[in-house]
Design a binder for this molecule. Structure first.
Ligand SMILES: [Zn+2]
Length: 136
C-alpha cells in the first residue's frame, strides 16, 4: 500500500475482468486474438484491426517510466497527498498506462526508470494498480 488515496474506480462490463484481477493482486491486459495487439485501455474490440476477439492475458507487471511529473498541489481526494508522481508507464507488453509511481522520493522518479506493479486496495473491494521502482 502506498500513502496515496485510493478512490474506487468506476467498473463497467468491459473493465470488470481488469478490476477483478487487480483486487486479486494480478495485472491483466486485453489482447486481440486476431492480430495479437495488447490493448490499453480495456474495450470490447481491437483498436488496431477492429476484431471483437479480445481475450485477457496476465501481464508481467513490469515496465519503464515513459513520462512523469511531480504534482505538488493536489486537488480533491489528493489535496493532502502532494507531492506525488503521475506517470505514464510503458508496460513490457507495450501499452502505456497512466498511473502513479510510489514507494520512493517523488523527485527520484525519472524517465526510463524500471518499475513494477503494486496494488492499493480501495474501500469498495477493488484495487488500483500503481508502480514502484523495481526491487524497492
Ligand atoms: Zn487486432
Amino acid at each position: 500500500m502506498s500513502s496515496l488515496p485510493a478512490p474506487s474506480p468506476p467498473v463497467t462490463l468491459e473493465t470488470q475482468p481488469f478490476w477483478d484481477a487487480a483486487a486479486a493482486g494480478r495485472l491483466v491486459l486485453p489482447r486481440c486474438d486476431a492480430c495479437t495487439t495488447v490493448i490499453w485501455y480495456p474495450r470490447a474490440f481491437c483498436p488496431a484491426c477492429g476484431s471483437t476477439a479480445v481475450c485477457w492475458i496476465d501481464a508481467a507487471g513490469t515496465g519503464t517510466v515513459y513520462s512523469c511529473t511531480v504534482v505538488r498541489k493536489g486537488q480533491g481526494a489528493y489535496r493532502e497527498a502532494a507531492p506525488y508522481v503521475v506517470a505514464y508507464v510503458e508496460l513490457d507488453e507495450g501499452p502505456r498506462m497512466m498511473t502513479n509511481v510510489v514507494g520512493c522520493d517523488p523527485d527520484a522518479v525519472s524517465i526510463g526508470m524500471r518499475v513494477e506493479v503494486t496494488f492499493d486496495a480501495t474501500d469498495k473491494g477493488t484495487a488500483l494498480p500503481r508502480f514502484r521502482p523495481v526491487g524497492s
